[in-house]
Structures are given as C-alpha cells and as structure tokens.
Design a protein around this ligand. Structure first.
Ligand SMILES: Cc1cc2nc3c(=O)[nH]c(=O)nc-3n(C[C@H](O)[C@H](O)[C@H](O)COP(=O)(O)OP(=O)(O)OC[C@H]3O[C@@H](n4cnc5c(N)ncnc54)[C@H](O)[C@@H]3O)c2cc1C
Length: 372
C-alpha cells in the first residue's frame, strides 16, 4: 500500500467537506476521503433545499446571511418566500419571532388573512396569523455541491471514494490516515486532518485520539405527496411557529416534514412509519386538501453539537486536528460563509468581506473543553 503525501486530508465529501476543500485548494494540496461510492449520499443528498434566514436560530443567522450573496451571485438561489403560521393561542410566539429576527435585519412582514389565503389556498380557519419572509429561497443543493467539488478538482484536489477511514494516527510531522480494505485500501500522510464526517464526526475524532464534542445525529423525515388540489409552483415554504411541520411545493408535488428530531446513531437513515403518519396528521390539521398519494419518503441525519451551533476550528488538545462539524439543519444554506471562515481559521488568514461580521470564537471547539 503506497502512502501519498498531502498538506490537508479532509474526511467526508458531503457539503461540508466539499466546500471547505474548495476554499483550501488554492493554498494547499488537499485530499478528500469519502466512505461512500458518491459524495453527497448522506445528509447532503436528503435536504429540503431551502435558504431561510431565521432557520437554526440567532447563532446561525450571521452564517446564513453572509452566505446569501455568494449563493445568489452563483445562481444557486431561486425565490420561494416563507410563511410562518400560528393559531390565536400562539400569536405571541409569532410576535416574538418577528421582533427578535426583525431586529437582526431580516425582512419580516405581517400578513393579513387574505394575503395568507392568496399564498396558501385551503388553510384551515384557525391558522389566523402569519409572517412573511420574502427573501427565503430554494437552493440548488446538487448544483452547489458539484460547484465546490469542481473547484477542488480544477485546483488539483484529489477525491477518494469508497474509502472509509479506519485509522487516523499521529506521527512526528503530522498524521497518517488509513482507509478501505483489501484492493481498495489506501493511506496518506497530511499535516492537518479535517473532520467533516457529518453524523460520524465524533467517531472520526475518537479515531484521531481527540475528545468527542458530543455531536448528536437527529433524524428528520420528509414525505413527497401528490395532493388535490395540486401544489402550486409559487406557494411559499410554510412553517408552523411551534416547529412541528413545514411544507413546500416541488415540481407539482408537496414536500412535507413533521420537523422530527429523533436521536439516532450514525447510519444510512430511513424514515419510520410513525413519523410519516405524524407528518400527514399535522398536514391535515393545516390544509383542507386531499392527499392523493404518498409518492416518496426519506430521512436524513441532522447532526448537532450540544449547544446546536456548528463547530469550526482546531481541536484545543489534539494538534493538527480541525473540526468542521455540527452543521445541523443549516449546513447547505450556511456552506459558503462557513467554508470561507473555516479555511481562514485553518490557514491563519484574516476575515474578508464575506466573513467580517462573523464571530469566530462562537463556533470554536474549545468552547466545549472550557465547559468541561
Ligand atoms: C431532511 C433534511 C432536511 C434538511 N434541509 C435543509 C435545508 O433546507 N437547508 C439547509 O441548509 N440544510 C438542510 N439540512 C441540513 C443539511 O443537509 C446538512 O447540514 C448538511 O448536508 C451536512 O453536510 P455534511 O457534509 O456535514 O454531512 P454529510 O452530507 O452527511 O457528509 C458527511 C460525509 O462524511 C462521510 N464519512 C463519515 N465517516 C467517514 C469515514 N470514516 N471515512 C470517510 N468518510 C466518512 C459520509 O459518508 C458522508 O458522505 C437538512 C437535513 C435533512 C436531513
């Protein structure tokens, strides 16, 4: 088995690994190592594909907002709009939502019931209150992922697929990373190892002798419905203010999620019947539409650190081990700014126009060591 030498070895080729590799590629010789046959098989390939500025909460807003310009400039966003809805009982939650995120510079307007009906016909009468976020957009996830992989490829980044990393060993001058079995086995040396392993981030940290930060994979389900009436192409992303459902149109169909967060283990996640049933039940309490067919269902793992903020930076103890994990439910919409920021931290570069408003310390892995 030959051992090639790189500056940086990135473990995982989902959106996290692909985007960071692209940002690093102009400055370093980069290897990206992916366990599956194709990059994007896990969480990245299973998202609901929206860019919604409030999503993930106030600590994620700076990353989402900083990413908007890049996504728009490169043609990865298309207008969708978001309607957050509430019953009279939860009106105060909607007010607090509009006030707190409005104060962060997010464009949020109140909607009349007539405007709600025009956007989402068939809303049941008890959903009397709504806010409207015109800037919410759909993201071309596959396009963005391929864009980053292509930037890396053009700059000489090497991508190894079907290469599950099984050892990350510290050597005098860096790391030796080992993957695969039999004919597919391989190894590389690198000064820095990046942990972009999504749901497997704590497992990869353990392989490298770093302390896990407590990344928890939470399963999220989506179903694709054929409905009567048919979902209108210009319907918004519609979210319940209690965070218990969202839906959006997709090519004449409806994508619906019960907004589930079921603790899981790192795996090839699959939807459970119960979560599908919950999704449909919640939907039927919101719209008076008939469900003509349940066409598809899938699930993916959204991986969170204990404080639900992402983890970007060098491990405080294990030298040369860099975390790029905990992207939760916002790893696509934050990808441009997150990858730029992480590359700046890793390379010791200063902020630029995209990252100037972002507090690096907020996402540092050392926050967990300090808390311990
Ligand atoms: C249902 C659902 C809806 C979502 N909707 C949105 C949305 O609308 N907008 C948004 O911004 N985000 C959304 N997300 C979240 C987003 O998809 C994730 O934050 C993002 O995809 C995480 O990317 P990642 O690269 O960290 O993880 P992944 O895509 O899972 O990539 C990690 C990779 O690491 C590889 N790996 C792991 N261990 C090893 C190893 N030992 N050796 C080699 N490779 C390894 C895995 O094979 C995997 O390919 C959603 C997620 C789900 C599940």
């Amino acid at each position: 088995m030959t051992t090639e030498t790189f500056d940086i070895a990135v473990i995982g080729a989902g959106m996290a690994g692909a985007s960071l590799a692209a940002e690093l590629a102009p400055y370093a010789r980069v290897l990206v190592i992916e366990a599956e046959d194709a990059p994007g098989y896990h969480t990245t390939g299973r998202s609901a594909a929206f860019w919604e500025e409030t999503y993930g909460g106030p600590g994620v807003v700076p990353l989402t907002m900083a990413s908007g310009g890049y996504l728009r400039e490169h043609g990865f966003l298309s207008p969708r709009g978001a309607l957050s809805i509430a019953t009279a009982e939860d009106r105060h939650k909607l007010e607090a939502y509009a006030e707190s995120f409005g104060a962060m510079g997010i464009h949020i307007e109140w909607q009349s019931r007539a405007a709600m009906d025009a956007r989402v016909p068939g809303l049941r009468p008890e959903w009397a209150f709504a806010t409207w976020e015109p800037d919410c957009s759909d993201i071309d996830v596959a396009g963005l992922h391929q864009h980053y992989l292509a930037i890396g490829r053009r700059a000489g980044t090497v991508l190894r697929v079907r290469a599950r990393v099984s050892a990350v060993e510290r050597e005098a001058a860096g790391w030796r990373v080992v993957w695969g079995e039999g004919q597919g086995a391989g190894a590389a040396r690198a000064a820095i190892v990046v942990n972009a392993a999504g749901a497997w981030a704590d497992e990869v940290a353990t392989l490298a002798g770093a302390a896990p930060v407590g990344i928890l994979p939470l399963r999220r389900t989506i179903v694709q419905l054929r409905t009567d009436p048919e979902a209108l192409a210009d319907m918004p992303l519609t979210l319940g203010i209690n965070g218990d459902f969202y839906f959006k149109p997709q090519a004449g169909r409806l994508w619906l999620s019960p907004h589930d967060e079921i603790p899981d283990v790192p795996c090839d996640a699959a939807p459970e019947e119960l979560d599908v049933a919950v999704a449909i039940d919640r939907f039927e309490h919101v719209l008076d539409w008939r469900i003509a067919a349940l066409e598809r269902r899938w699930a993916g793992l959204r991986s969170f650190a204990p404080d639900r903020l992402p983890v970007y930076g060098f491990d405080p103890v294990r030298e040369g081990f860099f975390w790029f994990a905990g992207q939760g439910g916002f790893g696509i919409q934050t990808a441009p700014a997150a990858a730029r920021l992480a590359a700046q931290i890793l390379l010791g570069h200063p902020d630029d126009a995209m990252t100037a408003g972002i507090d690096r310390a907020r996402y540092a892995p050392s926050r967990f060591a300090m808390a311990a």
